[in-house]
Structure formats: structure tokens, C-alpha cells
Design a protein around this ligand. Structure first.
Ligand SMILES: [Fe+2]
Length: 354
């Protein structure tokens, strides 16, 4: 199995994972062969990627940090929560707490803590997917630095609701296709204060969670907003969510730009360690994120091409690659597996665009 861009997917390939909306409507079932009509329908829904089964990826299974059904259920619950009329006043801490507990227990049940959040989502559902992903990545990073109990729970809640204040910002600004005026941009930035106020107004929401809503756009060098806080003035939970937020936003397709590949985003974020992001937290985060998620088609320095078939937890940028094409472009049947953590003469030089 592997994930491909929908516009690149050949008609006739077998769909490996069903695609459904958060309201439970199945847009495409697994096992069917992709048709032109399927592609048009999915593109209309803003779906940009699908999982397929093809000869190259036979036998490769993509590990899931949290089962897809659980994630879909959680996203639907988050959608309900964020679209309820009362959300502009306060949130139901019990409901949010249950959602976060479900995420934490699912993550703890997984032996290998590697966030490989290769989910397929429509553009309309971005907000809810983003909230859940930021919560998952934050929890994984928090666990990586030894957080547990209430502090981990509050981190998950704050991460899930970090952008809640956007419910107070007018949709005409949030969904404006062109660039924003400076007054409009100031209003968007105010989602941090709006979110803080809603959470402060809610019963049983911790100060940590409120701080996350307020401070997730602060940067260590003081170039963030709204308070231009620096270094230790920014609470650790908010520093974690700042990392998770940027990672998830950049690895997702948006209306105005195409997503970046995980390894490019990680390199970019590492270059900002100590400037925008906390270096120690960045280290904990990078250890649990796949540079090259399983199923990624890559080109090696030898000129051979293949698919990532396994992830090496201790060498995030040196996965196991199944070579399916030699350096002369000939397809190799029963391709050899090259473990880049063992064979140091090999490295990934580029993404193979197939
Ligand atoms: Fe935000």
C-alpha cells in the first residue's frame, strides 16, 4: 500500500483505504478500481491524496499510530464540539477531556511511538483534522520529554483547542482567497486572545490549556504574537504546541499552497531551532516523526529507486527501502530491501514522483 497524489493516480489502480467524510458518508470504498468519475468526485470534495495498492507497494503496510476508525470518530466529535453554538462562550471540559483521554490511551497502547500521520482529509475538514493532529503530535512530544498524568492531559486539551478562538473571527476573513489587509491580519492574530478568553470562561479547564491558546504563536526570539514573549517566558506546553502546529500546517495541502514533504518540513524546522522553536523540544519531536513515511517513493544516491518499506526508530532519516527499479530504469521483480541504517553508503537524495 502507498499514498499518492490523486491527480497522479492512474485510473484502474486498486483503492487501498476507504475515504469518508466526517459525517460518515463513504466517498470511495476500499478494493474498488479507481475510475475517472471517482477522481472527479474526490477532487470536488477537496481530497488530494489516496491510498492505492500497486505492484510496487505489494505487501507494504503503513503503520498507524492510532487506528483510522478511532481518528475519524474523534474528528467527528471535535467537529460537533467546535460547531456547537455555545462554543463562542465556553467549552464542555468533560467532553474535551474524554476525547483527549481516548487519544492518550490509544497512543500509549502503541509499542512504537512514531507519528506518521498520513491521513487523507478534505479541505473543508481541515480545521478539525488539524486540531486532532496537533493534539496527537503534542502528546507524543510530551511523552518524549517524560510528561504524564494531568500535565499530559492538559497539554492534549490545550493542543486540541489551540485555535478555538478562530470561531470568533469572521469567516469572510478566514476564508478570504486573496491576501489580507493589515487590519484583517491583526484580527486573525487575535484568535489567540479570543481562545484564551473562551477557555478562561470555561469550568475545569486548566491554566496550561489557556496558556496554549494564548501563546502558541509566540517564538523563542520574541518575533511571535500576541505578547512577543521570549524563551522561558513562553510556557513549555505552548512551546510544544507551537512545533506541532507548524509541522501539521506545512505537511497539509491548503487552498493556497501545496503541502511540503515531511523531511523538508523537519529540515526547515530544525534550522529554526533556538530561533522560533525550543531545541530540546524539537529533538523530542523529531525522534517520533517519520522523515520518510512508509510507502514514500524515493531515489537513492545509487540511482536506484524504491519505496520506503520500514521505519528505523533510531535513524529517522535512514529507513528501509525496497528497491523496485535499477539505475538504468529497469523494473526489478521481488526487489531487494536496503536498510539505510546498516548500509551507510546509501542515502535518499530525492522523492521519486510516481
Ligand atoms: Fe493559531
Amino acid at each position: 500500500m502507498r499514498k499518492v497524489r490523486l491527480d497522479k493516480a492512474q485510473t484502474g489502480v486498486v483503492v487501498a483505504r476507504a475515504i469518508h467524510t466526517l459525517d460518515g458518508v463513504v466517498l470511495l470504498s476500499s478494493g474498488v478500481r479507481l475510475t475517472r468519475e471517482h477522481k472527479d468526485k474526490l477532487l470536488n470534495y477537496g481530497i488530494t491524496e489516496i491510498y492505492i495498492e500497486d505492484p510496487y507497494s505489494e505487501g507494504i503496510s503503513i503503520p498507524e499510530l492510532i487506528r483510522e476508525e478511532v481518528i475519524t470518530e474523534v474528528k467527528a466529535q471535535v467537529k460537533n464540539l467546535m460547531t456547537s453554538p455555545s462554543v463562542k462562550v465556553s467549552v464542555d471540559a468533560k467532553k474535551v477531556g474524554e476525547i483527549v483521554e481516548k487519544l492518550i490511551s490509544n497512543i500509549l497502547n502503541n509499542e512504537e511511538i512514531v507519528a506518521s500521520l498520513c491521513d487523507v482529509r478534505s479541505v473543508d475538514e481541515y480545521t478539525f483534522s488539524h486540531s486532532v493532529n496537533v493534539s496527537v503530535i503534542s502528546i507524543v512530544t510530551g511523552l518524549g520529554i517524560g510528561m504524564k498524568g494531568d500535565s499530559l492531559h492538559d497539554l492534549g486539551i490545550g493542543a486540541l483547542l489551540h485555535d478555538l478562538g478562530k470561531v470568533m473571527v469572521d469567516d469572510t476573513i478566514l476564508k478570504k482567497p486573496g491576501s489580507l489587509t493589515s487590519a484583517e491580519y491583526d484580527e486573525v492574530k487575535r484568535h489567540t486572545q479570543y481562545g484564551y478568553e473562551i477557555l478562561k470562561n470555561s469550568e475545569n479547564i486548566s491554566q496550561d490549556a489557556c496558556d496554549i491558546a494564548l501563546s502558541h504563536h509566540e517564538r523563542l526570539d520574541g518575533s511571535g504574537y500576541p505578547q512577543k514573549l521570549k524563551n522561558n517566558e513562553i510556557q513549555v506546553p505552548a512551546r510544544i504546541v507551537a512545533i506541532a502546529d507548524v509541522y501539521d500546517a506545512l505537511t497539509t495541502d491548503r487552498v493556497y499552497r501545496r503541502k511540503m514533504m515531511p523531511h523538508d518540513v523537519l529540515d526547515y524546522m530544525l534550522s529554526l531551532g533556538g530561533k522560533h522553536f525550543d531545541k530540546n523540544l524539537l529533538d523530542a519531536f523529531v525522534r517520533h516523526i517519520a522523515y520518510y513515511p512508509v510507502g514514500t517513493a524515493v531515489i537513492l544516491n545509487s540511482g536506484e529507486k524504491g519505496l520506503v518499506s520500514e521505519y528505523n526508530p533510531y535513524f529517522p532519516n535512514r529507513p528501509v527501502v525496497r528497491v523496485v527499479m535499477d539505475e538504468n530504469g529497469h523494473i526489478i521483480r521481488n526487489g531487494k530491501e536496503v536498510d539505510l541504517s546498516q548500509k551507510l553508503q546509501y542515502r535518499v537524495v530525492a522523492i521519486w514522483d510516481i
